[in-house]
Design a protein around this ligand. Structure first.
Ligand code: SF4
Ligand code: SF4
Length: 223
């Protein structure tokens, strides 16, 4: 899933300081799962903004809504009525969401309430970690099912480097596993250590984002 975290309320207050009517929009997708932008967070942020503005003597009217998904035009549509009477929108979806709102309402100022961090998953309650960098040509089968692109600080395709110590990476103050250590252990368990002896000369990066934003087309779905 996409992992995101809240911007400081002070930053959002600065963004909306000139507006009197603001719509806060959440999303029921990934950001609900990582407790950053679901209905509960819409309610909390809206209250925080109302109170802070009231205290500062500059009251603001806040409307609230949570989309099924903000990354899909059909789920943005329900905002049509709500945006008629607001000066600005704060989106607390991942950073795709506010851009969809911009596309539908080009006349309306839209502000991001979250910082989009990574593609990953939960390690434990309240802790998420990056697992994928969406390179567009998954190669984890060459690395025991683990991704050195997302999980090695140096994105080494042939590892580990000399900074691997006690299973930990030199980057991250000993808090992060060296993925190459994990790859070694995994391949050893699979009796496939010979895979580590194969030199990975290069990866095909043509599917990565260096050529600009990527478009995925599924012709069978377009009919
Ligand atoms: S190889 Fe690419 S697609 Fe696969 S997990 Fe790593 S970054 Fe993601
Ligand atoms: S210690 Fe491991 S994870 Fe860290 S940079 Fe070196 S190979 Fe990559």
């Amino acid at each position: 899933m996409v992992i995101a975290e809240s911007k400081p309320v002070s930053e959002i207050l600065e963004m909306i300081k000139g507006y009197k009517k603001v719509l806060v929009v959440g999303c029921k997708g990934c950001v609900t799962v990582c407790n950053a932008g679901g209905q509960k967070e819409v309610e909390i942020l809206s209250s925080e903004l109302r109170i802070a503005r009231q205290v500062s003597g500059n009251e603001v009217e806040i409307k609230e809504y949570t989309c099924e998904r903000q990354c899909d035009p059909e789920y943005i549509e329900p905002l049509d009525e709500l945006v008629k009477d607001v000066d600005a929108v704060v989106s607390i979806a991942c950073s795709v969401g506010p851009q969809y709102i911009v596309a539908r309402y080009p006349y309306l100022p839209v502000y991001p309430g979250l910082n989009t961090v990574s593609i990953g998953g939960a390690l434990e309650h309240g802790v998420w970690r990056e697992f994928c960098q969406a390179c567009g040509n998954c190669a984890i089968h060459l690395f025991g099912g683990l991704c050195p692109i997302a999980r090695c600080a140096k994105q080494l395709l042939n590892g580990p480097c000399g900074g691997s110590s006690g299973g930990k990476c030199e980057v991250g103050k000993g808090q992060i596993d060296c993925v190459w250590h994990l790859i070694y252990e995994r391949l050893k368990n699979l009796n496939q250590l010979h895979i580590m002896e194969e030199l990975r000369l290069y990866k095909d990066w043509s599917t990565s984002r260096d050529g600009g934003p990527r478009t995925t087309i599924r012709e069978e779905l377009r009919k």
